[in-house]
Design a protein around this ligand. Structure first.
Ligand code: NAP
Length: 282
């Protein structure tokens, strides 16, 4: 019997659609890694207790998802510069009884953009939450010239301006703005960083569909269904479109590297995902 060296997992709420534990189990088998990956679906009422327990536990590291990516920062002893600027942590590693935080979502975004062979010069991001901020940091990292964000909550608009205006040419507009149609027209990359279009979502996308899509990439952070409602809008207008699966796999690959130091190939993650899909289909 192999001794478990890395005790890992994911905390979030709800987690019933998460494929992370299947993915990491499959990677552990393929790469012969002594790890265990658990899912902790913790309701907000118990989150404080969970974070306190984490500090005392023998857990080596965790992934963090909605709604805890920002909240967990109050419980960390350190976080890296990218997590500080983004204002969200999706990877925690334990060093003794200290918890250190990282953000690998931005890395996942940048790597999947490279895979889609696009170096954008003008980006439009729908949504201004944690994932959008990781995408914005990605835009800074690849020296994208200008970014427009569509966000409706005043406090988030203020924070976005405060944190990212010094780093790139940033515009924040509302969904009702008369500028939105022109922004789509001008952007070479349009990113959906809202939950609009998730499988259990009802209602349509509040977007004009009369733009010229050629030369544009529509990038949805959502990866299920494979062709999302947002991707369909882009495809109908002649744009290319990708979903968020590659981003998910790249950020998971980087998480594993942070916890274990082990570098794995992206192909291995793609094959692991295909295997899970195959199992789900039967
Ligand atoms: P979040 O922090 O809750 O932010 C959600 C954003 O969407 C906010 O700006 C919110 O606006 C906006 N929004 C929500 N409902 C809306 C609606 N009906 N109309 C317009 N805007 C709406 O969530 P997040 O962590 O950024 O995640 C966003 C999406 O990205 C989720 O679907 C998540 O699964 C996905 N994601 C994917 C990956 C990946 O690896 N592929 C990684 C991270 C996240 P308000 O602030 O006004 O509510």
């Amino acid at each position: 019997m192999t001794t478990i060296k890395y005790k890992l997992g994911l905390v979030g709420y709800p987690l019933k659609h998460s494929i992370s534990s299947l993915l990491f189990r499959e990677i552990a088998l393929r790469e012969n890694l002594p790890l265990r990956y658990t899912c902790w679906e913790i309701s907000p009422a118990y989150s404080e207790e969970f974070f306190h327990w984490l500090k005392r536990s023998e857990i080596s590291g965790i992934n963090v998802t909605i709604p805890y990516k920002e909240r967990i920062m109050d419980h960390l002893d350190q976080f890296d510069e990218t997590a500080r600027i983004i204002g969200a942590v999706n990877v925690v590693k334990k060093f003794g009884d200290e918890l250190h935080g990282y953000n690998t979502d931005w890395y996942g975004f940048v790597e999947s953009l490279k895979k889609a062979c696009l170096q954008p010069s003008k980006m439009l991001i729908l949504g201004g939450g944690g994932a959008a901020r990781a995408v914005l940091y990605g835009a800074v990292a690849i020296s994208c010239r200008a970014v427009t964000v569509v966000e409706r909550t005043e406090e988030k608009v203020r924070k976005l301006r405060q944190d990212f205006s010094p780093l790139l040419e940033l515009k924040v507009i509302s969904w009702e703005s008369s500028l939105l149609a022109a922004e789509i027209e001008e952007a070479d990359l349009v990113v959906n960083a809202t939950p609009v279009g998730l499988p259990n979502w009802s209602g349509s996308f509040p977007l004009e569909t009369s733009f010229l899509g050629s030369g544009k990439l529509f990038f949805d952070l959502i990866y299920k269904p494979e062709v999302t409602p947002f991707m369909k809008i882009g495809l109908c207008c002649g744009a290319r479109a990708v979903n968020g699966l590659d981003m998910l796999l790249f950020q998971a690959m980087k998480s594993l590297e942070i916890w274990t130091g082990v570098k794995t190939s992206f192909q291995s993650w793609q094959e692991a995902y295909q295997k899970i899909l195959g199992c789900e289909a039967h």
